[in-house]
Write a protein that binds this ligand. Sequence first.
Ligand SMILES: *[C@@H]1O[C@H](CO)[C@@H](O)[C@H](O)[C@H]1NC(C)=O
Ligand SMILES: *[C@@H]1O[C@H](CO)[C@@H](O)[C@H](O)[C@H]1NC(C)=O
Ligand SMILES: *[C@@H]1O[C@H](CO)[C@@H](O)[C@H](O)[C@H]1NC(C)=O
Length: 381
Amino acid sequence: MKYLKEVIILLLCPCLILLCRRAAGDQISGRGTINLAHRQQKWTPAMQTCANLSDIRSIRSFFEFRTLDPEGAVFYGDTKEGQDWFVLSLRDGIPEMQIGKADILVSVKGGRKLNDGAWHLLELRSEGKFVVLEVNNEVELVVGLHSKLAEEQLTGKIRLALGGMLVDKQKLFHPFEPEMDACIRGGHWLNLSTPWDTDSTWEPRPCSSEIKKGSYFPGTGVAVFNTSDLPALKTEEAGITVEIFGSWIGTTLSLQSTGFLYVLEGDKDDKLGLKDGSTEFPSEPATLTFTILKNSLVVNSKPKVKSETLDFLSMWKNGMLLTFGGVPGDSEVAKSNPYLRGCLEKIVVQGQVIDLDRAAYKHTAVSSHSCPTEAMNELTL
Ligand SMILES: *[C@@H]1O[C@H](CO)[C@@H](O)[C@H](O)[C@H]1NC(C)=O
Ligand SMILES: *[C@@H]1O[C@H](CO)[C@@H](O)[C@H](O)[C@H]1NC(C)=O
Ligand SMILES: *[C@@H]1O[C@H](CO)[C@@H](O)[C@H](O)[C@H]1NC(C)=O
């Protein structure tokens, strides 16, 4: 019984015995393959489960994990309705643990980068006053924690969640971007066999057998940035440069502000891809350079729009909508432009790689950090 008591040091519990409430969505097994991406609410976990602490027989959780995403929420647990909590996330691809318990807040990051697209076996366990993270059977991170204020009780419930948190993000010691384009399989969660409740807005999707770096647009939606959140102008002569690398068809991007809309359809006269409705991608990935100057818009060195009256650089600074993959909204003009289909391997604005997880809006079908290689092959046939 000794070790059992020690879990509780991590996952402390109140005096009340609370019932586990069910979340709204469907129930699924925690052992299967789970794609954590495609969520509408950034912080709401894709799925969660709850158990009575008195039923917990193991202090160990392990699962296989695969991602190309450098940052996001992976695994969360709490007791006392979130008064004591724990979250495992990635930052720069490296595992980070944050723990909030009694009067203590801890943040620890370390170990190897996990966002290499390979499956890794992760194991989390409690060893006395320490929490241990193992990756591929090697200890990567150990966190020790002690509070005189912490109570040690074996009653109440414990909640677990994947891909988000059940406490307010304000409680975090070190804030992070929660969206996680990752897959989990073969999970064993404290040896619980109860099914997990899914978030009703989450769309479970399969995990591709092979993935590569990039943002995947299946042809159903867009990612929208407010340009005031993107890198700023350096010199007026150079303007703003947006570079896109990848293989795609359909609308590449659009630029929109009050009374102004510019739509760049990748193919047409730029020979980037093929005609609308075609299922063929260019055999080689293309590079597109879109330059915004004070009074003109330039695509691959060819001026496309000139205006005497509009100052595009001020508009950039004040905040226009820069949309990748189509025209936002469901207006006639949005519908008349085909959504982008394909893999944008890299989007670079002013020399900086842009992360779609930081978009103001992203359609749930868009994968920020992985392109399924088989889907691309299928479309090339
Ligand atoms: C937890 O315990 C309570 C009371 O003992 C019980 O009613 C409830 O069904 C249990 N919940 C789970 C998930 O086992
Ligand atoms: C986990 O659960 C299984 C089946 O319920 C049981 O056979 C096994 O002994 C349990 N392991 C631990 C460590 O409690
Ligand atoms: C972009 O952000 C700026 C600053 O927050 C805001 O003033 C502007 O209205 C936003 N633009 C759009 C199109 O939402």
